[in-house]
Design a protein around this ligand. Structure first.
Ligand code: XMP
Length: 514
């Protein structure tokens, strides 16, 4: 594809920021791929990469057993940038010296002084804050290299060999704390590698549609649409390519947020004129879930039932050659040294069966990060509220109702949750909060309303800020917003007499309550 003419290879040495590095490169409008450090020089040559970035990693470059790169890659004439461990590995491999500095290890925001006549720090400030995290450092640079940055405890904070186009930085340009990190990266990508920043979403969308047209021909495609951003964008790309040859099945298990099922149906059927089958399976799911309290059993039941409904519906449609899935790049890349691109099955509700008899799988978003999927979604005309929708778990409200699920409980939770979402949007908190929702806690408590004693349900409000959903902090929601939500829930939702706010971070708690 044209947009991938220029590709950067991100070689993964097991660093925690591998995916972040790749995202930053993409933000510079340059396509990149993450591969294991085990990739050979020959494979790199065949890949036609315009540049290579070595990531950080937990090992020591002088450790015999630590991950090493194929040294022949330095003879390919391709520019290389080493970051942290990657910098040390470059130094060690090319004849420099790396030592341990247990005593004076650098961690956190550190002032670094730059030689701004170097290529990588061209136009940068002479002194700037960078993010350091290392217990080893480069003590001697290899032959041909010049030191281009220093810090108090790091005599080689950066080095470059401009003749061979090799660059190394001890700090992490990819993290936000490195104030001018993006400038350094752009200097490497544009000035050293000669990339022209042609990775753009409009051309991605255009080219994906035309290659899907070619691949699918006159065959049929089936897609499970959940209303989440990934499956929506994937389905729409296929729809733009082959129109009514695509059929989408939307299994509405009745555990979606208030009015969500109708919204999904209206957007895809009315706005995009898609071939959409909505299966209203609420009674079926609630029947299976009756009396079940254990969270994992609920998940399992919903996952299995989802597959069953999907299979039944797809059988009714006769022969369909392709299955379209919303797999995105982070699902495809298994980060961590020693593993190259391991394919994970795409889980949402329970994962779709692999043996439904399709000739092939279509995954138009396999190369994209989440923020790129969103850009593609906007490009395709999907409404903003759907594109920026917060993540919603496959088992839906079932894991936000503690204990067993009944229709009454579902109604209470849907109403309370809708109020919370309305108020978050009205106060602009929907854009800054990673995830926010109401939970029906299963706790009943005593209250007083009017002159009477009540004994009723407790709603918990949960809101977290998070980048990756692996860790999360409870959101510091302004008291007046909490007050408004609480008042509205008590006044507008029957059978609730108490509202509490969850002030636990993850860890130790999880984001969801079940
Ligand atoms: P936790 O609760 O583990 O959630 O901190 C992390 C993220 O995962 C979502 N989540 C799920 N998503 N099926 C899903 O599709 C599930 O069973 C499930 N459980 C949690 C959760 O909403 C949050 O975004």
């Amino acid at each position: 594809m044209n947009t991938k003419n220029e590709s950067i290879l991100v070689m993964d040495f097991g660093g925690q920021y591998t995916q972040l590095i790749a995202r930053r490169v993409r933000e510079c409008n340059v396509y990149c791929e993450i591969r294991s450090y085990k990739i050979t020089a020959e494979q790199i040559r065949e890949g036609g990469y315009k540049g290579i970035i070595f990531t950080g990693g937990p090992n020591s470059a002088y450790d015999e057993n630590g991950p090493k790169c194929d040294p022949a890659l330095f003879d390919l004439g391709i520019p290389v940038l080493g970051i942290c461990y990657g910098a040390q590995l470059m130094a060690q491999t090319l004849g420099g010296k790396v030592i341990s500095i247990e005593e004076n290890r650098e961690y956190g925001k550190t002032e670094v002084e730059f030689n701004t006549s170097s290529l990588m720090f061209h136009s940068a400030q002479e002194k700037s804050i960078c993010w350091m995290s290392h217990t080893d450092r480069i003590e001697e640079v290899p032959h041909g290299f010049k030191i281009t940055a220093i810090s108090k405890d790091c005599p080689v904070a950066a080095m470059e060999d401009i003749t061979r186009n090799f660059f190394a930085v001890q700090f992490h340009p990819e993290v936000q704390h490195t104030v001018e990190g993006m400038l350094y990266l752009r200097n490497f990508l544009y000035n050293a590698c000669g990339c022209t920043a042609d990775w753009k979403m409009d051309s991605f969308v255009e080219e994906t549609i035309s290659s899907l047209k070619e691949k699918i021909g006159d065959k049929k495609v089936l897609c499970a649409l959940s209303g989440g951003v990934d499956s929506s964008v994937a389905a729409l790309l296929v729809h733009k390519a082959v129109g009514k040859q695509l059929t989408c099945i939307f299994v509405d298990h009745g555990l979606l947020r208030k009015d969500e099922g109708d919204q999904v149906e209206s957007i895809f059927r009315k706005q995009f004129d898609m071939n959409l089958i909505r299966v209203n399976a609420k009674d079926r799911f609630l029947g299976k879930l009756a009396g079940v309290s254990d969270p994992e059993s609920k998940r399992k039941i919903i996952g299995e039932e989802f597959i069953r409904v999907f299979e039944e519906e797809s059988k009714k449609l006769g022969k369909i050659e392709y299955l379209c899935q919303g797999t995105i790049y982070p699902d495809v890349v298994e980060s961590g040294a020693g593993e190259s691109a391991v394919i994970k099955s795409h889980h949402n509700v329970g994962g779709l069966p692999e043996d439904v008899g399709f000739e092939g799988i279509i995954e138009p978003l396999r190369d994209l990060f989440k923020d790129e999927v969103r850009k593609a979604g906007l490009e395709l005309g999907i409404p903003e509220f759907l594109v920026y929708r917060q993540p919603f778990p496959g088992p839906g409200l079932a894991i936000r109702i503690m204990g067993d699920i009944t229709e009454d409980k579902l109604e209470i939770l849907k109403d309370a949750d809708a109020i919370m979402r309305e108020e978050f949007a009205a106060n602009g908190l929907d854009k800054t909060t990673g995830q926010y929702f109401a939970v029906l806690t299963g706790i009943k408590s005593v209250g007083v309303m009017g002159d009477g004693r009540t004994y009723d349900n407790t709603i918990a409000l949960r809101a977290v800020t998070t980048g990756d959903f692996m860790t999360a902090d409870w959101a510091r929601v302004p008291y007046d917003v909490l007050e408004k939500i609480s008042n509205r829930i008590i006044n507008e939702v029957k059978n609730v007499n108490r509202v509490v706010y969850d002030i636990t971070s993850k860890p130790p708690a999880t984001i969801e309550w079940e």
